[in-house]
Write a protein that binds this ligand. Structure first.
Ligand code: CP
Ligand code: NVA
Length: 305
């Protein structure tokens, strides 16, 4: 059955039922990487990157190739030479989907407004839905469930925090965010999380958030595009470092997650990210499987075609 939304602009474009279906398929594709090997045969995707990427770029490119398709990648500003409306209406004539990593969520919205083919948010200032798909796959591998788990997100109330709230929260994970009051998730996102029935809490106290958590998650203190603020942010976020004492406040079986790239010695200490509790490379691997599942579901042809 086709997905309810033709696009993945934000996490909420997938219904909760579709999210679970996608994650089931991701697990299947991990067990059987050759499955769906021809589902994109003869089809090509546009990959646009305004910001650097290792994981997202490689895993989309590989996912498309493993599904039998091809991709054309452009790195650099989107919309400087011509209007986004024109870019979307060129790319949708040649390719079957537009995957875009952008500075502003508005760029994703505008591409989706004009494109006749699916637009996938590969990270914006507000959301990183593809990352959270892999995170949820990793969590299920480790705990066999999502319902009833506590995830402590420690640090900046950024794109990762937003997508965790919306996606992890919808699967019954309690999301406990510890952040400075000045860098909390946007009210519009917490309102959307509330409307989606998500159980979450926001506190300035990292210990309180980590207490009894099954998952401790952090991200960089200065996201891409915030490099000029990096020094000031190191001061602001210093109390939010995930280190061994903070991880010890979580459950003994807790796992550590980080979307990567990580800055060791800032948001996480080297001993934590290299510890047996760290699942960051499973997370990175699962970007591939989860995005293959996303592309299969997003681009599957209706039965009558
Ligand atoms: N986690 C993530 O999106 O990594 P990249 O920035 O390398 O794509
Ligand atoms: N918050 C980070 C995530 C990187 C994957 C950023 O936007 O740079």
């Amino acid at each position: 059955m086709p997905l309810a939304s033709p696009h993945l602009r934000t996490d909420l474009d997938l219904t909760t039922r579709e999210l679970v279906r996608l994650l089931d398929l991701a697990a299947h594709l991990k067990r059987d990487p050759a499955a769906f090997a021809h589902s994109l045969a003869g089809r090509y995707l546009s990959l646009l990157f305004e910001k650097p990427s290792l994981r997202t770029r490689f895993t989309f490119d590989l996912a498309i190739q493993q599904l039998g398709g091809g991709a054309v990648t452009q790195i650099g500003p989107i919309g400087d030479r011509e209007p986004l409306a024109d870019i979307a209406r060129n790319l949708d004539r040649w390719t079957s989907a537009i995957v875009a990593r952008v500075f502003s969520q508005d760029t994703i919205e505008e591409l989706a407004r004009w494109s006749r083919v699916p637009v996938v948010n590969a990270l914006s200032d507000l959301y990183h839905p593809c990352q959270i798909l892999a995170d949820l796959q990793t969590i299920h591998e480790r705990f066999g469930r999502w319902q009833g788990l506590k995830l402590a997100y420690i640090g900046d109330g950024n794109n990762i925090a937003h997508s965790l709230l919306l996606n992890a929260g919808r699967l019954g994970i309690h999301v406990a965010i510890a952040c400075p009051a000045t860098h909390a998730p946007l009210p519009a996102v917490t309102a959307a999380a509330e409307a989606a029935g998500v159980q979450f809490s926001i506190t300035p106290d990292p210990r309180h958030a980590a207490d009894g958590a099954h998952i401790v998650y952090t991200d960089v203190w200065a996201s891409m595009g915030q490099e000029a603020e990096a020094l000031a942010r190191q001061q602001i976020f210093a109390p939010y470092q995930v280190n061994a004492p903070l991880l010890a406040a979580a459950r003994p079986e807790a796992i550590f997650l980080h979307c990567l790239p990580a800055k060791r010695g800032q948001e996480v200490t080297a001993d934590v990210i290299e510890s047996p509790q760290s699942a960051v490379f499973d997370q990175a691997e699962n970007r591939l499987h989860a995005q293959k599942a996303l592309l299969v579901l997003l681009l599957e042809k209706p039965a009558h075609v």
